[in-house]
Structures are given as structure tokens and as C-alpha cells.
Design a protein around this ligand. Structure first.
Ligand code: SF4
Ligand code: SF4
Length: 59
């Protein structure tokens, strides 16, 4: 059974690689300057972004 929750983002760790933006099926993530912008309204809580992040900035 898969967990349903919103991802938690840590801007201190983020490397701005854009991998999470590319993987998100709901277009809920956007890379702006030096920060990931998360759109909670669009998020489907699939947590794909947490699995793709290479540095653990999305959990
Ligand atoms: S949990 Fe899924 S839908 Fe929500 S931001 Fe991450 S990849 Fe996108
Ligand atoms: S995948 Fe991780 S390191 Fe890359 S932009 Fe997203 S949160 Fe930042």
C-alpha cells in the first residue's frame, strides 16, 4: 500500500537540478531562481519527486 502525503522540501539541501520538476506528473513543481515552488493544489501526493531527488531535499 502506498503512502499518501505531501512531500517536504528543504531549500537548504536543494541543488536546483530540476529532476523533481521533470518527474512530477501533475506539474506541481517549478524551479524559480534558487528555490522549488510547490503547488499544493496540483499535487497528487505520488511522492515520485521524493524518490528522484539526488540529494534528499524532497522527503
Ligand atoms: S508528490 Fe507527486 S504530484 Fe506531488 S509534487 Fe511530488 S511528484 Fe508532483
Ligand atoms: S530533485 Fe531535489 S535537488 Fe533537484 S531541484 Fe528537486 S528538490 Fe532540488
Amino acid at each position: 500500500m502506498s503512502e499518501l502525503r505531501f512531500p517536504e522540501y528543504d531549500p537548504e539541501i536543494c541543488a536546483y537540478c530540476g529532476a523533481c520538476v521533470a518527474v512530477c506528473p501533475a506539474l506541481a513543481l517549478d524551479l524559480k531562481e534558487k528555490r522549488i515552488v510547490f503547488n499544493k493544489e496540483k499535487c497528487r501526493q505520488c511522492l515520485a519527486c521524493t524518490k528522484i531527488c539526488p540529494v534528499g531535499a524532497l522527503k
